[in-house]
Design a protein around this ligand. Structure first.
Ligand SMILES: [Zn+2]
Length: 478
C-alpha cells in the first residue's frame, strides 16, 4: 500500500513530464483536464486558460475552492536544458525532492497542484463541495488570477491557496501594489562664475538595497533618500548648484546607489566627509558597506536651474519612504519605496512603489506623495495598481486551519500576512464574499536550480487539508 507521500509524489512526477514554464501551460492544462475527465469529472477552462473542476461534496456545505498555479519559473542550471522542450526530472536526495541541478523543480506550485489531483482521486464523504482551481501565469504578474473569469469563483465561500511554500505558516492577507511616476521638466541655467569654484561628484554606494516587498522591513537605507540628506547638510554650510542627480534602478528595488554632481565654493572635501561620517554612524549597523566617494570633476558650462534643484531636494526631504505600518505579526503592512530617479526626454523622473494592505494607508501615502511632489513642481500619475488582500483576522477559515494544524502537528501555526502580491488579492476582487488562506508545504530556494521540496511535509499537509475540509463540511452556511 502506497503512502500519501508516495501518491502525491507520483502525481507531481506525472505533472513534471510536461514542460510548463509561464505562458506555456496549455499542454499541461490539457493533460490535467484529461485526467480529471477520466475520473468522470467535468473540468472547464476560462478564456485566460485557468482550469476549473468541481468535485461533489456534502449537500448544503459551503463551496470550497483549493487553488494552485500550474506555471513555474524555469531556472536553468545546465546549458543543455531547454525549459519549453524538456521535462523536469525530479530525484530524491537527503529527504528532499529536487533536480540534479539542471533546472528548478517547479514544486512552486506543482506541489499544490499534485495535492489537488490527489483530492480528486481520493474522494471522501466528509467534504464540502470542492472546486479545484488551476491558474496560469502566476509567476509573471499574477496574470491568470488577474484576468480570471469571475464565474470560476462564483459561489465560492472559502478558498485555500496552496502557494505558501512554508509548512506551518497560514497567510491571511497580502499587500496590494501601486506604481507611481512623477515628472518635472528639467531646465538649465548657465553655470555661475565662481573664482574658487569646484565641482564634485558625490557617489553613495555599497548599500544592501533589495526587494521593496521582501526587504523593506529590514531597515535598509535608501541611497536616494540618504543623498538628499547629505545635500541638505552640505547646503547648510554653503549654497551649491546641482549639475546632475540620479540613482536607483526600478520601482520595486530599494536603491543601493545614487550620485549627485554639484558646483560649489565650499565646503571642502573633508567637510563633506565629516557630514557623511555622521550619516554613516547612524546607518552602519544595517548597511555596513555603505560608502561615499568624492571625486573632483570638470566645472560645467551649465547647471540645473535653481527651481528644479530645490524642487528635487525638497521632494527628497519630504517623500514618505520606507515602512509606514506593520501588521500585529510584525510583518510590514504598508510601505513606500522611492526606487528610481533618472533623466528622460527633458524631464526629471521619479518612480516609486507603494505596497499597502490597508486602503486608508494607501490613500494617505498617495496623497502625501502627490502633495509634496505637486508643491515642488512635479506632476504625478499611477502607472499600475493591483488590489490588496486585506487581512481578515479571526475569520472562520483561518481559525479552523490553525486548529487543524495544531491537531495534526501539536504545534501552533504562524498566522501572518505577506508584503508582496499573492493570487488571492485578485481572486477576492472577483468574489468579495470569500474567505481565503494561503498555506503550503516546505519548499526551499524556489525559482532556482536548487529548488527542493521537503518530503516529510507532504503527509501532514494533506492530513491538515483533509481535517480542514472535514470541518468545513459541517461549518454553518452564512
Ligand atoms: Zn508560486
Amino acid at each position: 500500500m502506497e503512502t500519501i507521500e508516495q501518491q502525491v509524489r507520483e502525481l507531481f512526477c506525472w505533472l513534471c513530464q510536461t514542460p510548463h514554464p509561464s505562458g506555456e501551460e496549455a499542454a499541461l492544462r490539457e493533460r490535467i483536464a484529461d485526467r480529471l475527465r477520466g475520473l468522470g469529472l467535468h473540468p472547464w477552462a476560462d478564456a485566460r486558460g485557468n482550469l476549473v473542476c468541481d468535485l461533489p461534496g456534502r449537500e448544503g456545505a459551503p463551496l470550497t475552492a483549493v487553488q494552485a498555479h500550474i506555471d513555474m519559473v524555469c531556472a536553468v542550471g545546465s546549458p543543455d536544458y531547454v525549459p519549453s522542450r524538456d521535462p523536469i526530472r525530479p530525484i530524491v536526495r537527503d529527504g528532499f525532492l529536487c533536480t540534479a541541478g539542471e533546472s528548478s523543480l517547479g514544486a512552486d506550485c506543482g506541489a499544490g497542484a499534485a495535492v489537488m489531483l490527489w483530492l480528486a482521486e481520493h474522494p471522501a464523504p466528509q467534504r464540502p463541495p470542492l472546486r479545484l482551481l488551476f491558474t496560469v501565469d502566476e509567476e509573471v504578474g499574477l496574470g491568470g488570477a488577474r484576468d480570471l473569469d469571475p464565474a470560476c469563483v462564483d459561489g465560492v465561500r472559502y478558498l485555500i491557496n496552496t502557494d505558501g511554500f512554508h509548512w506551518g505558516r497560514i497567510v491571511i492577507g497580502s499587500a496590494g501594489g501601486v506604481r507611481e511616476h512623477f515628472t518635472r521638466a528639467l531646465t538649465h541655467s548657465n553655470a555661475p562664475e565662481l573664482p574658487n569654484g569646484r565641482a564634485y561628484r558625490l557617489k553613495i554606494s555599497g548599500l544592501r538595497g533589495g526587494h521593496s516587498g521582501f526587504d523593506i522591513g529590514k531597515t535598509r537605507a535608501n541611497a536616494l533618500i540618504l543623498l538628499g540628506e547629505l545635500l541638505r547638510e552640505i547646503r547648510m554650510e554653503s549654497p551649491f548648484a546641482l549639475i546632475d542627480l540620479s540613482g536607483g534602478t526600478a520601482f520595486n528595488a530599494i536603491p543601493y546607489e545614487a550620485t549627485a554632481d554639484i558646483l560649489t565654493i565650499a565646503p571642502a572635501q573633508d567637510a563633506i566627509e565629516q557630514i557623511w561620517d555622521k550619516i554613516y554612524a547612524r546607518i552602519q549597523k544595517n548597511d555596513p558597506d555603505a560608502r561615499l566617494e568624492i571625486q573632483d570633476i570638470a566645472i560645467p558650462n551649465r547647471v540645473w536651474s535653481g527651481d528644479t534643484a530645490s524642487g528635487l531636494l525638497t521632494v527628497l526631504g519630504g517623500f514618505a519612504d520606507g515602512v509606514y505600518a506593520r501588521h500585529p505579526s510584525g510583518v510590514v503592512s504598508d510601505s513606500s519605496n522611492l526606487g528610481h530617479i533618472y533623466y528622460k526626454d527633458g524631464m526629471v523622473c521619479l518612480d516609486a512603489m507603494l505596497r499597502c494592505m490597508d486602503a486608508q494607508a494607501e490613500q494617505a501615502l498617495q496623497l502625501s506623495h502627490r502633495t509634496v511632489c505637486a508643491m515642488c513642481g512635479f506632476a504625478g500619475q499611477i502607472v499600475s495598481r493591483y488590489p490588496a488582500w486585506p487581512a481578515q483576522d479571526n475569520g472562520t477559515l483561518q481559525t479552523l486551519a490553525a486548529q487543524c494544524y495544531l491537531d495534526a502537528t501539536g504545534q501552533e501555526a504562524e498566522v501572518t500576512v505577506q508584503h508582496v502580491g499573492l493570487e488571492p488579492s485578485h481572486l477576492l476582487a472577483k468574489n468579495a464574499q470569500m474567505e481565503c488562506i494561503c498555506v503550503g508545504m516546505e519548499l526551499l530556494d524556489c525559482h532556482s536550480p536548487q529548488e527542493r521540496w521537503k518530503l516529510d511535509t507532504i503527509e501532514p499537509f494533506v492530513e491538515m487539508i483533509q481535517r480542514l475540509l472535514s470541518r468545513l463540511s459541517t461549518a454553518p452556511q452564512p
